[in-house]
Design a protein around this ligand. Sequence first.
Ligand SMILES: Nc1ncnc2c1ncn2[C@@H]1O[C@H](COP(=O)(O)OP(=O)(O)OP(=O)(O)O)[C@@H](O)[C@H]1O
Ligand SMILES: [Mg+2]
Length: 361
Amino acid sequence: MSFDTERVQAEIQRLLGETNLPNSRANLVSLGCVHRIIARDGKVTIILSLPAQVANAREQVRKDVEQRISTIEGVTEVQVLEKGAAPAAPEGGAAPQQPPQQAMGPQGVPGVRHIIAVASGKGGVGKSTVSVNLAVQLARSGHRVGLLDADVYGPSVPKMLGLEDARPEVTPEEELVPIEKHGVATMSIGYMLDDDSPVIWRGPMVTGLLRQFLGQVRWGNLDYLVIDLPPGTGDAQLTLVQTIALAGGVIVTTPQDVALLDVQRGIQMFQRTEVPILGVVENMSVFECPHCKKQTQIFTGGGGESAAKRYGVPFLGSIPLVASYATSGDSGTPVVDSDPDSALAKVMASIAKEITTRCPV
Ligand SMILES: Nc1ncnc2c1ncn2[C@@H]1O[C@H](COP(=O)(O)OP(=O)(O)OP(=O)(O)O)[C@@H](O)[C@H]1O
Ligand SMILES: [Mg+2]
């Protein structure tokens, strides 16, 4: 049987998602312990990055993973290493996938406790809707919150918060002052643009801009900074994720079966940068009729939930497609504020709870 790298990679992800740390109910994937997976011609190398509390059980984890992966059809050799003991490139094969080079390590933001990134495999799935509502929800529950619109290709935070005409002040120290709305300190490239013409940025420019944003915005003291990432999981996004010291990542997807692959890419992006995955949110799951409230399944699938299950990351909930959510987005009123009993608000509350539990302040 020929070695189908994609199938084996997916199978490895699934099995690692089923492998819990000793005395823990959390698995290796959701804890961000999988540093790299190299699968080639039957040979699989997995590099783990285990937390200090694993202490004496490292060998047990290694053996457990080795044993599980060796059951995959087509796999003839398994090597499980810990970060810091990476092997050379497989003989005659391509070098293991490396994240793009960076000059510095992940960057924190002074005064900011936890940075949470919201990502999606493709555009238009509701990433900004989730980012904005999540930030406002966290603020509603009493936290100090910032929101960085890092989607330089299509910044939508200004519109979603009714701040299209806002322009940030610049302090004498040349720092940008975030614009406050609904209790959230916000910054967006959209504040610097004078029209709606599409912005074309290449990867390195995106990273440079984001570094500048992070370093030159006077965020003050924040419990949480939510980042709305540009859509996709390519090099530009990977570099961003790698550049910032993230406490966790949320993946937004839609219910189609093809979403499975998108979610897998999102998971891999966070794994390669050792960012704990807070979970997957499925948006636009069912259509809710504004008149009779009857729910209709538009897309076949349930891709978000099954992908989360398959890769062993938490499923954070489904948000239905509701006309008033789009209107809220267009009119600058976040749904969690205007309709706190809505399905969207409930999902946001459960994500916020997950975040405050896993990243306490
Ligand atoms: N559950 C929903 N019900 C109704 N409309 C929604 C829902 N989620 C998002 N929308 C609307 O769909 C559009 C796309 O959503 P959003 O801008 O949040 O997606 P995105 O992933 O950030 O897109 P982009 O890739 O363009 O940044 C917006 O007009 C938004 O108001
Ligand atoms: Mg967006």
